[in-house]
Design a protein around this ligand. Sequence first.
Ligand code: UD1
Ligand code: CA
Length: 479
Amino acid sequence: MDNISNEQKTLDVLILAAGLGTRMRSNLAKVLHKLDGRPLINHVCLTATALAPRKIYVVIGHQGEDVKTAVMEELNEEYAAFVWQTEQLGTGHAVNSAREHLENEDSTLLILSGDVPMIRAETLAALVQQHHHHRGRGAACTILTVKLEDPSGYGRVVRDDAGFFSRIVEQKDASEAERKINEINSGIYCFHTQKLFAALTRVQNDNVQGEYYLTDVPALLREAGEDVSLYQHTDAREVSGINNRAELADLERIFCRRTISRMMLDYGVTFIAPKNTYVSGQASIGRDTIIYPNVAIEGASVIGDGCTIRSGTRITNSRIGRSVEILDNCVITDSEISDRCTVGPFAHLRGRAKMEESAKVGNFVELKKTILGRGSKASHLSYLGDATIGEKTNIGAGTITCNYDGVSKHATTIGNHVKIGSDTMLVAPVKIGDGAVTAAGSVVTRDVPSETLVAGVPAQIKKSFKNDVPQDNTQTKTG
Ligand code: UD1
Ligand code: CA
């Protein structure tokens, strides 16, 4: 009847993501729970895009607006379409929500679950391939199945005596004998779109859960004389669904292990204790970098070659250059550290802090939205916020940029070759010229010209290292 060859059949994807996920015992919709730092639904969406479908439909319900927002962070607008299922009456009912968009399509519909995040694009491509080529003309439905040692919780795939598909029975509806079947329905399928929607109208909710099961559709198709094929996959972990927090934790561990072993084997990164280290799948780490126990590298962080990262440090969405040494217990978020810098122990960089080459940040120093110039040092006990610091400048112990006047934040600018004495308070907005010096305990409330020594509370010019600048007790000028 159709003269479009299967090869050329348009592929659409439909992802089920409307349920709350009662077994999570959470106020947050299940598909918004994070695996490897991103929502479950985003893993599935990203994998789907690898197949280059015409469109990805996401069925949303519980916290639908939030799910939509999460998905839009990952998908192109032209790709995503959202379909509301306001009442969750089962997976069949969920698919039915997309009827008006799809029911007349002579296309292939790949159905995925928002709570099955580990599935690989290669596996889905193989499923679609088999679906299109089944017996030369393609199947009406192809189900991705897998054999599990412990199939409990999943729908079981019942085969007839000849080994062909007979039906899917949900755990809750299964007989004693059926529960012993260890081939399960992954919840991932390909359908001929029109045939799926035609069969869906015949699905009843006369089962233990009183739901409209999508899993009843394959048997209805088979009874109507259509071909239902089974694609049995071997990697069970790929199709693990997350239904509770224990399963989420299992997948988190598997995911992280995969990332770390890829980094060890392909990138040449040393992990002292791989099992006690977290590295996000979006991160990248360079060759010969050494990561000590209890380090967390989150988000899309990039770390260069030959770095050392000691225990207790967290790096989130940051860029670290080459040969950087980060000592114990540092927190580095949304920041940038250039080559050959040293950081920590107990340092905190945040809010687009930037350390230029060979700069040093030491014990109990916090940098917020601050640039620390090449070769400059802040070695002990400082808060540097909204500051721009030049090259080869030394920030003495206990220096504070007083950047907040109770209403708004103000900037501090410090030049090159400056020596800020211990316990200096820099009351922003304020500028310190090149080569200037502040004495210990100064409270600097006005700009300091270059090559000048200031001291006191408030700080006054005590000395100039240049000839043409007034000497002694003259107040520092503004400007
Ligand atoms: C489902 C399958 C089961 C399969 C398992 C694989 C059915 C009836 N059962 O069971 O055979 O072994 O997946 O993981 O399909 N959803 C909606 N709207 C609803 C109900 C569910 O969008 O009304 C969504 C959920 O948000 C979830 C997905 O569909 O993302 C699967 O639903 P879930 O309740 O987890 O189904 P399972 O009981 O795991
Ligand atoms: Ca599930």
